[in-house]
Design a binder for this molecule. Structure first.
Ligand SMILES: *[C@@H]1O[C@H](CO)[C@@H](O)[C@H](O)[C@H]1NC(C)=O
Ligand SMILES: *[C@@H]1O[C@H](CO)[C@@H](O)[C@H](O)[C@H]1NC(C)=O
Ligand SMILES: *[C@@H]1O[C@H](CO)[C@@H](O)[C@H](O)[C@H]1NC(C)=O
Ligand SMILES: *[C@@H]1O[C@H](CO)[C@@H](O)[C@H](O)[C@H]1NC(C)=O
Ligand SMILES: *[C@@H]1O[C@H](CO)[C@@H](O)[C@H](O)[C@H]1NC(C)=O
Ligand SMILES: *[C@@H]1O[C@H](CO)[C@@H](O)[C@H](O)[C@H]1NC(C)=O
Ligand SMILES: *[C@@H]1O[C@H](CO)[C@@H](O)[C@H](O)[C@H]1NC(C)=O
Ligand SMILES: *[C@@H]1O[C@H](CO)[C@@H](O)[C@H](O)[C@H]1NC(C)=O
Ligand SMILES: *[C@@H]1O[C@H](CO)[C@@H](O)[C@H](O)[C@H]1NC(C)=O
Ligand SMILES: *[C@@H]1O[C@H](CO)[C@@H](O)[C@H](O)[C@H]1NC(C)=O
Ligand SMILES: *[C@@H]1O[C@H](CO)[C@@H](O)[C@H](O)[C@H]1NC(C)=O
Length: 864
C-alpha cells in the first residue's frame, strides 16, 4: 500500500543517516529465589531477591546433597488444582530477553511423587516440566522479544504432584543476535547451548557471559547427552584472545576451547528437548590451532536425512578471515528430530580434521495470541491490584482461566462468565465489564457496589445478571430489557429508584427487584418507549435512512445501539457509540467565515480552516465528487463509520453536513499541516525534520494504520496513504487522515497503480550512504529494515508483513538510532557488508515519489 511504500522511503533513508552508537546499558538482571526470605548476592556476583510478595502457594526448605547454592535451599509450591499461579515481572517493551526457570524438587513435600506440570509465558505454553530425579535441576530457557511492559510466567496443569519452582531469572539482551524473522510469532526455547572442549564440567556463564547464558560443558554426563563421540576426538584450547566481533556472540572463554576430529570426523548424538520441530541452530567456529600454511582444515556438516545441508564446506580461517576469529554459520529455520545425530567430516582435500567450539539450538515455540478480552481484563484487574483475585496474573483465559472467570473454548477464547460474588467490591460497577462483548453471566452480588447500573448493551449475549445485595442506585436501565437472551436479572436489596420499565415484565424474564424501597412497577406509558428502543436495535438500516433528516432525534438520543456486522458497520474495540455530529451549513459558514481560508486540497476536495463558537479549531472539507454517494443513506453510513474511529494517530472526525447538495466533513484542525510540506515543501528547508523524528512519524502513522487494520472490525483499508495524508499536530505528532472514505477512494479501478510504478534503478549505494558513517554502523540491521520495507511492497498480501511487524521494525530502527546497536548475525560482518551494499544498489531510490498509491489487492493487512 501507499503506507508501506511511504514507510519504505523513510526506511531507506536510514542509510543516509549517521548513527550514534555510544550508549551502553549495564545488565538489568532479575534473579528471583523462589521460597526465599531475604536478598543475597551469590558467588558469581548475581543479586537474588526473594519472592515473598507472592500471595499464593507455600514455601518449603529443601536439602540436596552437594547443592550449596542458597537459591536451591528453598522452593515455592502451589496446590495441584486446576488454577494457574503466576509470577509477573516488569520488562522493557521491545527488548529481547532470556528468561530461565529452574526446578529442583528435593522432595520438598516429603512425598517422593515427582511433579509434572506446565509452565507458560503469558498465554503461550512454554514447556511441560517433568521431574525425574529429586536431586537434579530441571531448567528451561526462552528467548523472547517483550511486546509489553510486563510478562507473566505461570505454573498450571499439574498431572502429578504439586507445581513448584526454584528460581526465575530474567536477562535482557543488548542487541539483536537472537533476532529472527519470526520473532513476533515464535519464541525461541533453548534446547542446547554447548561449550565444546570445556575445561571442566562447570558451565560458562556470568560474568564470562555478560548476558548470563549458560554454556554447558561437553563433559557433563547425562542421559543421551553428547554420546557416540568419534574415535580420535581431541580437546584443544588456547589462551589467545578470540575476536568474536559482536557483544552477544559466545563469550571468549567458550571460543577458547574446542574439539578436533583428528581422525577426520567429529560425531555426537544427543536428545533435543522439545523437538521434533522447527528450530534455530547455530555453530560457532574459531581456528585456535596454529596450523602451518601448508595445512588445510575443510569440513562439512552431515545430518542424517538432510543431504542438501552437506553441500557447504566450512573453512574456518577463510570464512572468518583469519585465525582466532569467529565464524558462525547457522540455520534460522531447520527441522530437527528429538534425537539428533550430527557429524562434521573433513573433505577429501583437507589435511586436518574438523574443529568445533560451540553450538546453540533452540526450538520455535508458537506464540499464542492470547484471549480475546485480554486487554479489557487487564484493565479491569488493574483497579484491584490488592485483592487476591486481581493479582492472579497472566492471560485471563490461557492456559487456564482466572479462578473467577469462565472462558469459552474458541481458538481465541472469550470471557463468558464473571463471578465476583462477595469479593468486597466497592465503588461503581467497573465499566470494563461492559466491554466483555461475549459475556453471558455476570455475578456481582453480595458486594458494596454503589452508583448506577452501567449500559450493558455492548454485551448482547448476557443471559444471567446478579447484582443483588449491593448499594446500587439510579434507575433500572431499560436497555437491560433489550438484551435478547437475558433470562434472569437479580437486583434485589439495592437502592434503585424510579419505575421498572414494562419491557422487563415479559414472561421469559425472571426479575427480582424486591428490597429497593424506591423502585416501582411502571405504568403502561413505558411500552411505547420500549418499542422505540427495540426499533432502534433491530431496525438499524431503517434508522440510517432517516439519519440525516432526523439530526434532532439523534441529538436527543446520543446513545446509539451497537451495530450489527451484517450492516457492514465496523465495530470498534473501544469505540464510543456516539453518532456523528450533524452540523448545519450556516454553522460551518460562520466557522469558516464563508470558506475564506483554504488550508489544503486533495483528491476528495478542498479543506478550509474554521473556528467554532466555542473556540475549537476545525478543518472543514468540502467533498468534490459528491455524486459518489448514491443516496443519503450511503453518506450516512460512511460518516457513521468515521465517527466510530478513535485513535491518537488518526485525525479525529468531528461531524458532517449535507445541505444544498454539498457533502462536508469536519475534522480536528492539525496545526502543522502535512508531512509532505515538511519533507518537500518550502518548509522543508527552513525546518526540516530530522531522521529520528521521521522514524517517529513513521511509527505513529503505522500505529494509526495498524488500528485501522486490526482495531476495527471489519478492517479498514486506507488505500491512499501518502505524505499529504499524514498530518502533524501542534506537538508534531503524526495523525493519518482521509481514512475510511472507501467510496471516495475506489473511484473505479484507477488505483491499480502499484509496483509497476516502482522504478528499479541501479543507484550507487555508496554515493548515498553518508560518508561520515565510515564503518561505524551495523549494515546488517539496516539491511533487515530495508528488506522489511521491500516486503511491504510485495504484490501479494500474504507476503507482506503485518503492520505490527512494520511497527516493530520501525521501533527497532528508532532504538538503533537512539544508540542501541542491533547486532544482527548471520555472517561475518565484512563479507556481509559488501554483499548488502551490492544488493542495495538495485533498490528503487525515487525518494521524491511521494504521491504513490497502490491498489487495493495489495493493500490487505497482514494476517494478524
Ligand atoms: C551493550 O552494547 C554496548 C554497545 O555495543 C556495549 O558497549 C555494552 O558493553 C553492551 N553491554 C553488554 C552487557 O554487553
Ligand atoms: C532486596 O533487593 C531489592 C532489589 O534490589 C530491593 O528493592 C529491596 O529493598 C531489598 N530488600 C532488602 C530487605 O534489602
Ligand atoms: C526454612 O529455613 C529457614 C532458616 O534456615 C527458616 O527461617 C524458615 O522458617 C524455614 N522455612 C520453612 C518453610 O520451614
Ligand atoms: C558430593 O561431593 C563429595 C565431595 O566433594 C563427592 O565425593 C561426591 O561424589 C559428591 N556426590 C555427588 C552425588 O556428586
Ligand atoms: C500452606 O500451608 C498452610 C499451613 O501450613 C496450609 O494450611 C495450606 O493448605 C498450605 N497451602 C498449600 C498450597 O499447600
Ligand atoms: C495438561 O497436561 C496434560 C499432560 O501433560 C496434557 O495432555 C494436557 O493437554 C494439558 N492440559 C492443558 C490445558 O494444557
Ligand atoms: C584414529 O587414528 C589413530 C592414529 O592415526 C589410529 O590409531 C586409530 O585406529 C584411528 N581410529 C579410527 C576409529 O579410525
Ligand atoms: C520453517 O520452515 C517450515 C517449512 O520448512 C515452515 O513450515 C515453518 O513455518 C517455518 N518456521 C517458521 C518459524 O517460519
Ligand atoms: C473491604 O473493603 C474495605 C475498603 O474497600 C476494607 O476497608 C475492608 O477491610 C475490606 N474487607 C475485607 C474483609 O476485605
Ligand atoms: C440467544 O438465544 C437464541 C435463541 O434461543 C440462540 O439461538 C442464541 O444462540 C443465543 N445466543 C447466545 C449467545 O447464547
Ligand atoms: C427475591 O429476592 C428476595 C430477597 O432475596 C427473596 O426473598 C425472594 O424470594 C426473591 N423472589 C423470587 C421470586 O425469587
Amino acid at each position: 500500500m501507499g503506507t508501506d511504500r511511504f514507510l519504505f522511503i523513510l526506511f531507506f533513508s536510514v542509510l543516509v543517516l549517521n548513527l550514534d552508537i555510544t550508549t551502553s546499558q549495564t545488565p538489568d538482571f532479575i534473579s528471583i529465589n523462589c521460597g526465599g526470605q531475604s536478598n543475597f548476592t551469590d558467588d558469581l556476583g548475581l543479586d537474588w531477591i526473594p519472592d515473598n510478595q507472592i500471595i499464593y502457594g507455600n514455601t518449603s526448605n529443601i536439602s540436596v546433597r552437594n547443592e550449596t547454592r542458597q537459591q536451591y535451599q528453598t522452593v515455592r509450591y502451589f496446590p495441584g488444582d486446576n488454577r494457574k499461579y503466576c509470577y509477573t515481572l516488569d520488562v522493557e517493551s521491545r527488548t529481547r530477553y532470556l528468561i530461565r526457570a529452574t526446578f529442583l524438587y528435593g522432595n520438598f513435600d516429603s512425598n517422593n511423587v515427582y511433579p509434572k506440570f506446565d509452565i507458560s509465558l503469558g498465554p503461550t505454553h512454554w514447556a511441560t516440566i517433568v521431574i525425574s530425579d529429586a536431586n537434579t535441576i530441571e531448567s528451561q530457557e526462552l528467548i523472547f522479544l517483550a511486546s509489553g511492559t510486563s510478562i507473566s510466567v505461570c505454573l498450571s496443569n499439574a498431572t502429578t504432584g504439586k507445581p513448584f519452582i526454584s528460581t526465575l531469572e530474567l536477562r535482557p539482551f543488548n542487541g539483536s543476535i537472537y533476532l529472527t524473522p519470526f520473532e513476533n510469532q515464535f519464541f525461541l526455547s533453548v534446547s542446547a547451548r554447548i561449550n565444546f572442549g570445556a575445561e571442566n564440567e562447570d558451565p560458562v556463564r556470568y560474568p564470562d557471559d555478560p548476558f548470563d547464558r549458560i554454556w554447558e560443558s561437553d563433559l557433563v554426563k547425562k542421559a543421551n547427552y553428547l554420546v557416540d563421540v568419534a574415535a580420535g576426538t581431541e580437546r584443544v584450547s588456547t589462551e589467545s584472545p578470540i575476536d568474536t566481533g559482536k557483544d552477544e556472540q559466545p563469550p571468549q572463554k567458550v571460543m577458547q576451547t574446542a574439539v578436533v576430529g583428528r581422525n577426520g570426523t567429529l560425531t555426537y548424538r544427543m536428545n533435543l528437548d522439545g523437538f521434533p520441530g522447527f528450530g534455530w541452530a547455530y555453530t560457532y567456529f574459531a581456528e585456535i590451532e596454529d596450523l602451518p600454511p601448508t595445512e588445510t582444515r575443510k569440513f562439512r556438516l552431515v545430518l542424517p536425512g538432510a543431504p542438501e545441508l552437506s553441500k557447504p564446506v566450512v573453512n574456518i580461517q577463510e570464512n572468518a578471515q583469519g585465525m582466532y576469529r569467529l565464524y558462525e554459520p547457522g540455520f534460522e529455520n531447520i527441522t530437527l528430530p528429538f534425537v539428533l545425530s550430527f557429524k562434521f567430516g573433513k573433505t577429501a582435500d583437507s589435511s586436518q580434521g574438523p574443529l568445533v567450539n560451540a553450538i546453540e539450538i533452540s526450538k520455535y515455540v508458537k506464540i499464542s495470541d492470547g484471549s480475546f478480552d485480554g486487554d479489557v481484563a487487564a484493565s479491569l484487574v488493574s483497579g484491584y491490584q490488592l485483592s487476591d483475585w486481581g493479582q492472579e496474573g497472566g492471560d485471563p483465559c490461557l492456559p487456564v482461566a482466572w479462578s473467577w472467570l469462565v472462558c469459552n473454548s474458541d481458538p481465541q477464547p472469550k470471557i463468558i462468565s464473571v463471578k465476583l460474588t462477595g469479593k468486597n467490591l466497592s465503588g461503581s460497577i467497573p465499566l470494563d465489564l461492559t466491554k466483555l462483548t461475549y459475556l453471558e453471566q455476570l455475578w456481582l452480588d453480595g458486594n458494596a457496589l454503589t452508583g448506577p447500573i452501567p449500559d450493558f448493551s455492548g454485551c448482547q449475549n448476557l443471559k444471567i445478571i446478579h447484582l443483588e445485595n449491593n448499594q446500587l442506585s439510579g434507575e433500572l436501565p431499560a436497555s437491560l430489557a433489550d438484551l435478547p437472551n437475558l433470562s434472569q436479572l437479580y437486583v434485589q436489596n439495592n437502592l434503585l429508584s424510579g419505575e421498572v420499565p414494562s419491557g422487563f415484565l415479559n414472561e421469559g424474564l425472571i426479575l427480582n427487584y424486591t428490597g429497593n424501597p424506591n423502585l416501582r412497577k411502571e405504568g403502561s406509558g413505558g411500552r411505547r418507549n420500549r418499542n422505540i428502543i427495540i426499533g432502534l436495535a433491530i431496525g438499524a438500516a431503517a434508522l440510517f435512512l432517516g439519519f440525516l433528516t432526523s439530526c434532532i432525534l439523534l441529538r436527543q438520543r446520543k446513545k446509539y445501539p451497537k451495530q450489527e456486522p451484517k450492516h457492514g458497520m465496523p465495530v470498534m474495540n473501544n469505540a464510543t457509540t456516539e453518532a456523528a455530529q450533524c452540523f448545519t451549513l450556516s454553522e460551518l459558514r460562520n466557522a469558516t467565515k464563508n470558506f475564506e481560508k483554504k488550508v489544503g486540497s486533495g483528491g476528495f476536495g478542498t479543506v478550509y480552516y474554521g473556528k467554532l463558537n466555542d473556540g475549537k479549531e476545525i478543518a472543514v472539507k468540502l467533498l468534490e465528487n459528491t455524486n459518489v454517494y448514491q443516496g443519503k443513506k450511503e453518506f450516512a453510513n460512511e460518516v457513521t463509520l468515521l465517527s466510530r474511529i478513535h485513535h491518537r494517530n488518526l485525525v479525529q472526525f468531528l461531524g458532517f453536513c449535507q445541505e444544498d447538495g454539498m457533502d462536508i466533513l469536519v475534522y480536528e484542525f492539525m496545526h502543522n499541516g502535512t508531512l509532505k510540506e515538511h519533507l518537500y515543501g518550502p518548509l522543508a528547508r527552513a525546518r526540516g525534520i530530522n531522521w529520528i523524528k521521521r522514524l517517529e512519524i513513521a511509527e505513529e502513522s503505522a500505529k494509526g494504520i495498524e488500528y485501522l487494520h486490526t482495531g476495527c472490525v471489519p478492517s479498514i483499508i486506507h488505500r491512499d496513504l501518502k505524505t499529504s495524508n499524514i498530518l502533524l499536530d501542534k506537538n508534531m505528532r503524526a495523525k493519518v487522515s482521509d481514512f475510511g472514505l472507501s467510496k471516495l477512494a475506489v473511484d473505479g479501478t484507477s488505483h491499480v497503480s502499484s509496483i509497476a510504478k516502482l522504478h528499479i534503478e541501479n543507484g550507487d549505494i555508496q554515493g548515498i550512504i553518508d560518508p561520515a558513517l565510515g564503518n561505524e554502523y551495523d549494515i546488517q540491521s539496516m539491511w533487515k529494515i530495508a528488506e522489511k520495507a521491500l516486503m511491504c511492497v510485495q504484490p501479494h498480501g500474504n507476503m507482506r508483513p503485518s503492520m505490527s511487524e512494520v511497527i516493530k521494525e520501525i521501533q527497532d530502527a528508532i532504538s538503533i538510532e537512539r544508540g542501541v546497536v542491533a547486532a544482527a548475525r548471520e555472517r561475518s560482518s565484512d563479507e556481509m557488508s559488501r554483499h548488502s551494499i551490492l544488493n542495495m544498489g538495485s533498490l528503487d531510490l525515487m525518494s521524491n515519489d511521494h504521491d504513490l498509491s497502490i491498489d487495493e489487492s495489495i493493500n490487505r493487512p497482514g494476517a494478524r
